[in-house]
Structure formats: structure tokens, C-alpha cells
Ligand binder design. Sequence first.
Ligand code: NAD
Ligand code: IPM
Ligand code: MN
Length: 363
Amino acid sequence: MKKKIAVLPGDGIGPEIVQGAIEVLRVIEENFQHEFEYEFGNIGGNAVDIDGSPLPDKTINLCKNSDAILLGAVGGPKWETLPVPLRPEQGLLKIRKELNLFANLRPTTYYESLAGSSPLRQEIIEGVDLFVVRELTGGIYFGKPSERTTINGQSGAVDTLVYSKEEITRVLEKAFEIAQTRSKKITSVDKANVLESSRLWRECANEIAKKYPDVSLEHMLVDNAAMQLIRNPKQFDVIVTENMFGDILSDEASVLTGSLGMLPSASISESGPYLYEPIHGSAPDIAGQNIANPLATILSAAMLLRVSFQLEEEAAIIEKAVNAVLDNGFRTRDIISPNTKIVSTTEMVEEVKKEIVAKLANK
Ligand code: NAD
Ligand code: IPM
Ligand code: MN
């Protein structure tokens, strides 16, 4: 199979972890006779430095002309004081909007050998398998006005939470479709006791549920959901929610697996191309030290193979290799536990590559 992948490493640890994922993809190419062309583009702070914009037009064109996009992360202290249009995060929001990536899929998987890396007790997290579907191109992230203003003669600020029925419906539909392929249970998370947009969200969910009689729908208020995720995460399967709630709850869910450095994501649209990225950020505190966990990005590359290229066997072998490496006790610092071996980012990548080759040899 011949495909073109747009690669946007971004800032901070972005280049280190994306490099690792590409090396893993190269092993897949060699062993399964695929040809992936990687074309690099700038996004975020590095794009501001080089091109004067967090999302240059040439990056947008590159993405639109590719079969899939692999992204690292953006942002960092260097760019925090720039005017809003030049902030790295604006580049990320804009590429999501430009490509109409309205649903962000964030699976949270339990790894038995990482049980000791989570601050939660093993019996709470054992067997957790949940799937957050986060609305990605609407809500308070994009509503206007969003600006400094005057409130009662005092300086203030305003952000706007706005959703159309269509925006809500399409992401809910996607979540119900996903629930049908899993355990047929969906939890729609909102703040319907306070927010009008949440009351519309709930109405839409109830309406769509009629089309999916085999899927059971429950509603949960977001504050309770945040608590239940830690108290009893196994009650959840698919969680669908609006943009900001999904952002927060998925970082929280990462603690169930042991680290933010373990969670991949896929952002999808009606037509493609889709974008794949770890859920974590650019981790400026550990950037450039070769200690970041590359697994979330490697697992994002596996999602890319499965979702965009329908390469199930190739995706599964990467996931199995990651599992095996963890079982063998290799750990970046974010997932250390007693009796494990600390490895660098590049060493972790090498271990995953070795496991893939070993698994293919034993096939
Ligand atoms: P962060 O996710 O970058 O880091 C939070 C904590 O988790 C840090 O202690 C970091 O060291 C650790 N961490 C994150 N990824 C890790 C990995 N792969 N391996 C090991 N440890 C890891 O969030 P933050 O510190 O709040 O934000 C830093 C910057 O990243 C900000 O500029 C923010 O806007 C940006 N950000 C970008 C994205 C994205 O590009 N998708 C996502 C979140 C935050
Ligand atoms: C994420 C990040 C982004 C978000 C930021 C950097 C704009 O936190 O991808 O989860 O909030 O969507
Ligand atoms: Mn986030």
C-alpha cells in the first residue's frame, strides 16, 4: 500500500516522540511491503518562529493533500506571552477546524503490567476499557465573542459556549456508532442542570438513542462523572461529551492507565484526512532530555493504520509490541514502578521495534 502521511512534530517533546512513531511505522513498512511517504510541516511555536504563523497555509495544504496526519504537540513558555493569534495552540485549533475534525476519539486501555504505575488501587483500574468521544470543533473553544471586555465598568473577559443542533448531533451519532461496536453502553456527560447548551445536548442524545435501541444511554453531570471516573471507572464504556469537558475528563482518565504519556487519539471528520496525536501536550518541563514517553504517539500511529488505512493486522502488532515491552519491564520515568528498568525515549522506541520484528518472526 502506498500512502502519504503529513507529519507535524510541533514543539517541546513533539519532535522526539514523533520521530519514535515514524521509526515504528518504518518497521511496519519494511515488513508488510507498504510505502509511506512522510512530508513534514510546521505547526505551533516553531511555525511562528519560522513562518510567522502558528499554522502556515503550506501546512494546511500539506494536510489536505495527505492521506493522514500525525501530530506531536504544540506550545511552550517561549510563546505564552504572544498576542492570541500567534499562540501555538491557535494553530492546533485552526487545523482541527480547517479539516472539520469534529470527533476526537480517546481510548483508555488498562495495561496489566502498568497497574503499579497508577496512583489508584489495582482492583479499581483492573480491566478498565473506556472510550471518550470528545466534540472537537465547537463549544467554548470556538464561540464568539471571546475577548477582554468591560463588565459593569470594570475590566473583564468573555468566552462563549455555543453549539448548533447539527454540531451536537453528528458527534453523538458517531459515539452511538462506536458504542454499537463495543459493549453497547454510552454515557453522555453534560451540565444540564446549569447550561442551556447541555440541555440541548441531552435532548439530542435522547432523540438519537431512539435510532439505536440496542445501545443503552445514560446521562451524567460532568462533576459527578469526574468523581465516578476515579471511584469506579469500570462502569463506563463509551463516554461522549462536549469539547472542554472531554479535554478535562480524558486527561483524568489517563491516570487510570498510569500516565498521560500512554493515551493516543484520532480526530475524525465526515470525509478525511484524519489527524492522529497523543492527548498530552508538549511537556516543556522534560523536552529535549530524551526521557518523554513515546508510547502515546506510537499508539496514535497504530490508530492511524487501523482507522485511516484499514491495516488492522499492522495496528494490532504495534499494540501487542507495546504491551510486550511493558510486560518486559521497560519504563520511561512517567510509568516507573518497583522492579522495572528505566529507559530513555529512544531506548523505548528500540524495544517496541524489536518486539514487532520478534512477533513477525514467530508468526
Ligand atoms: P502537558 O500534557 O504538556 O504536560 C503535563 C505533565 O505531563 C507534565 O508534567 C509533563 O512532563 C507530563 N507529560 C506529558 N506528556 C508526557 C510524555 N509523553 N511522557 C512523559 N511525561 C509527559 O500539559 P501542560 O504542561 O499543561 O502544557 C504544556 C504545553 O503543552 C502548553 O503550552 C499547552 O498549551 C500545550 N498542550 C498542547 C497539547 C497538544 O498539542 N495537543 C495538549 C495539551 C497541552
Ligand atoms: C488537547 C490540548 C488542546 C485542547 C489545547 C492545547 C488547545 O489540551 O489536545 O487536549 O484543549 O484541545
Ligand atoms: Mn488537553
